[in-house]
Design a protein around this ligand. Structure first.
Ligand SMILES: [Zn+2]
Length: 86
């Protein structure tokens, strides 16, 4: 949290919430353990299996990321059924 009296209450509050999200541990998509830690901008590393995952800028999962993931899964399933048909 910013401890100077700058920027106003709302901005400081929002910054504190975002910073807290960067410190949280998230669920690893590879091993399923809650050991995914933010290393850098949008880069998350699992402390258990050492896999590196791209995520949101400040947290591992975002609404936009979920939408993209669903789109990719739907596309892959379409590809698979198309290959089975031929
Ligand atoms: Zn892991």
């Amino acid at each position: 949290m910013i401890s100077t009296p700058r920027y106003g209450r709302k901005t400081r509050k929002r910054y504190g919430k975002t910073e807290q999200q960067t410190r949280e541990l998230y669920e690893c998509p590879t091993c399923g353990k809650k050991k995914l830690r933010r290393r850098s901008f949008a880069i998350f590393v699992c402390k258990s299996c050492n896999s590196v995952v791209a995520g949101g800028a400040y947290r591992a999962n975002t609404e936009a990321g979920d939408t993209a993931r669903r789109a990719v899964i739907a596309y892959m399933q379409g590809q698979l059924s198309a290959e089975e048909g031929s």
